[in-house]
Design a protein around this ligand. Structure first.
Ligand SMILES: [Zn+2]
Length: 313
C-alpha cells in the first residue's frame, strides 16, 4: 500500500507493508509561488508513480492539512495550499487509475501512532500535532472519530482565552495561538520587543523583534537562556490545559503529542504533564492516561494515510 503526506512545503510519500514497515520513500517540494491546484495534484501523482515503480500499489491514501469532508473525497479548505472545495479523490483517481482516499493530516499521523507507533495497542486515544499550528485526532474504541462534517478534533481552534489574540480562522483566543510553533515565534518577538536586551534571544535577533524565528527560540532555549526556556514552559502549560479539557470530555487511556515540535519535547513535556494533572477534573478518582511524544517522526503522515486507505479507520 502507499500513502502520501501533503504539506505546505513538502510532499512525502511512502510504500509500506501491512505491518507499517516503510519499503520506499519519495519526497518532493510542494509546488509554490503561482502554483495551481492542478500543479499540486500532478506533483502528488508523480510521487505515487515513483513509489509504484518499485512496489505494487493497489490503493493510495493521501493525508493533507485542511478540512476534508466526511466522504473522504474533497478538501474543503486548505490554508497553505491552493485548494478550495477541491475534488481531490476524483482528480487523483483520473490521473493514477487507482482508488484514492483523502484524510486530514493530523488524523492520519495519529492513526499511524495508534497502529504502529507510540500508542500501539491503546483503544481510546487523543492526539495533537504541534507544528506551525495545532492539529488533532480522536480515536475511541479503536475507531477514528470524524464527526458529521469530517471536521472533528480541530482542537487548534477551541477557545483557550476568551477575547484573546486574533486567530487566522477569524475567532479569538484559539488554543493553537498558545500551543504551536507560531506561538513560540510570537512570544519570542514580544520578549525582544518589550523586555529589551540582556537575553540570548535578544542578542541573536540583534534587538529586532521581526528577526525572531521559532528555531531561534529553540536555539536560545537549548543554550540555556532562561527566558527562552520559559516560553517552552508556557507552551507546556497551555498544552496541558488543552489536553486536560479534551480528557475531561473524552476520557482517553493514551495521549500522543506529535508534529515537528516533538523534536524538542524535552523542553515542554514535563510542564505539559504537570499542567494536565493540575487541570484535569477528578484526578484522584481516575487512572491518568499515558501522555507521550509520537514515535514515528515524519513517516507518520503517509503511514497513517496508507493504512486508513485500506482499513477505513
Ligand atoms: Zn482559530
Amino acid at each position: 500500500m502507499a500513502g502520501v503526506d501533503v504539506g505546505g512545503t513538502k510532499i512525502l510519500g511512502g510504500a509500506v507493508d501491512e505491518a507499517g514497515v516503510v519499503l520506499r520513500r519519495v519526497r518532493v517540494d510542494t509546488p509554490a509561488g503561482e502554483a495551481t491546484a492542478e500543479d499540486v495534484r500532478e506533483a502528488i501523482a508523480a510521487v505515487v508513480r515513483d513509489l509504484a515503480a518499485g512496489h505494487p500499489i493497489e490503493r493510495v491514501g493521501v493525508g493533507t492539512a485542511g478540512f476534508v469532508n466526511a466522504a473522504r473525497s474533497m478538501v474543503m479548505f486548505a490554508p497553505h495550499l491552493p485548494w478550495r472545495r477541491e475534488p481531490l479523490k476524483d482528480e487523483l483517481e483520473k490521473l493514477l487509475d487507482l482508488p484514492v482516499v483523502i484524510e486530514n493530516d493530523a488524523n492520519a499521523a495519529i492513526w499511524a501512532e495508534a497502529r504502529f507507533g507510540a500508542a500501539k495497542g491503546a483503544a481510546d486515544i487523543i492526539g495533537v500535532t504541534l507544528g506551525t499550528g495545532l492539529g488533532g485526532a480522536v480515536i475511541l474504541g479503536g475507531h477514528l472519530v470524524r464527526g458529521a462534517n469530517g471536521m472533528a478534533a480541530e482542537f487548534g481552534h477551541v477557545c483557550a482565552v476568551p477575547n484573546g489574540d486574533l486567530c487566522h480562522c477569524g475567532l479569538r483566543g484559539c488554543l493553537e495561538l498558545y500551543t504551536s510553533g507560531s506561538a513560540l515565534t510570537r512570544w519570542g518577538r514580544q520578549l525582544v520587543d518589550k523586555e529589551g536586551g540582556g537575553g540570548l534571544l535578544h542578542e541573536m535577533a540583534e534587538g529586532d523583534p521581526v528577526r525572531v524565528t521559532g528555531p531561534m527560540v529553540t536555539k536560545a532555549a537549548r543554550a540555556g537562556d532562561d527566558r527562552a526556556r520559559g516560553l517552552f514552559r508556557d507552551l507546556g502549560g497551555w498544552l496541558g490545559l488543552g489536553l486536560a479539557n479534551l480528557a475531561a470530555s473524552l476520557d482517553p487511556d493514551f495521549v500522543v503529542v506529535g508534529g515537528g515540535l516533538v523534536e524538542v519535547a524535552d523542553l515542554f513535556m514535563d510542564r505539559a504533564r504537570e499542567s494536565f494533572e493540575e487541570n484535569l477534573t477528578a484526578g484522584d478518582y481516575r487512572e491518568m492516561p499515558t501522555i507521550c511524544p509520537a514515535a514515528l517522526g515524519q513517516d507518520a503522515g503517509f503511514l497513517g494515510a496508507a493504512d486508513l486507505a485500506v482499513s477505513g479507520g
